[in-house]
Design a binder for this molecule. Structure first.
Ligand SMILES: [Zn+2]
Length: 130
C-alpha cells in the first residue's frame, strides 16, 4: 500500500496530513488506553481536534464498518460456506464486541481523513505551528 494514500493513514494509525506521526498514543487497539489520541500530530503539528464534538459523527462511520463487516461475513459463512444462520449469529455477536475498539479507532481516523488533505512529504517543525 502506498504511503501517500489516505487509506494508509487510516489503516496504520498515522496522521492524515503527513502520514508520519501517530494518531493514537498506543498503536494497539487492544491496549488499556486504546482511545487516547494525540491532540496534535507529533511529526507535523496537525490539529487532531478541529472543534469540540468533532468525532461525534465518527459514530456513523463506525456503524458503517459494523454493517460492512456483518454483510461480508454473512455472505462468506452463510451463503458461500453454507453454515447455519444460528451458528453464524452466535459467532457474530462476540466478534463485533471484540472488534469495537478497532472500529472505534478506524472510524475516528476515517472521519478526520475526510477533512484533511494529505501532504505526506511535508516536514514542518512542530514548535512553529503551536
Ligand atoms: Zn502529521
Amino acid at each position: 500500500m502506498s504511503t501517500d494514500s489516505r487509506l494508509y493513514s487510516v489503516v496504520f494509525n498515522k496522521c492524515p496530513r503527513c502520514h508520519q506521526g501517530d494518531f493514537f498514543v498506543k498503536n494497539s487497539a487492544f491496549s488499556k488506553d486504546f482511545d487516547k489520541m494525540h491532540e496534535h500530530c507529533p511529526h507535523c503539528g496537525e490539529n487532531f481536534m478541529p472543534e469540540p464534538g468533532f468525532y461525534w459523527a465518527s459514530m456513523f462511520v463506525s456503524y458503517a464498518f459494523y454493517t460492512i463487516y456483518s454483510l461480508l461475513t454473512f455472505f462468506i459463512f452463510v451463503q458461500w460456506l453454507q453454515i447455519d444462520l444460528d451458528y453464524y449469529l452466535i459467532g457474530l455477536i462476540p466478534t463485533l464486541i471484540l472488534l469495537t475498539p478497532y472500529f472505534f479507532r478506524m472510524a475516528r481516523r476515517t472521519w478526520l481523513t475526510l477533512f484533511i488533505a494529505p501532504r505526506p512529504h511535508v516536514h514542518a517543525d512542530v514548535t512553529e505551528q503551536k
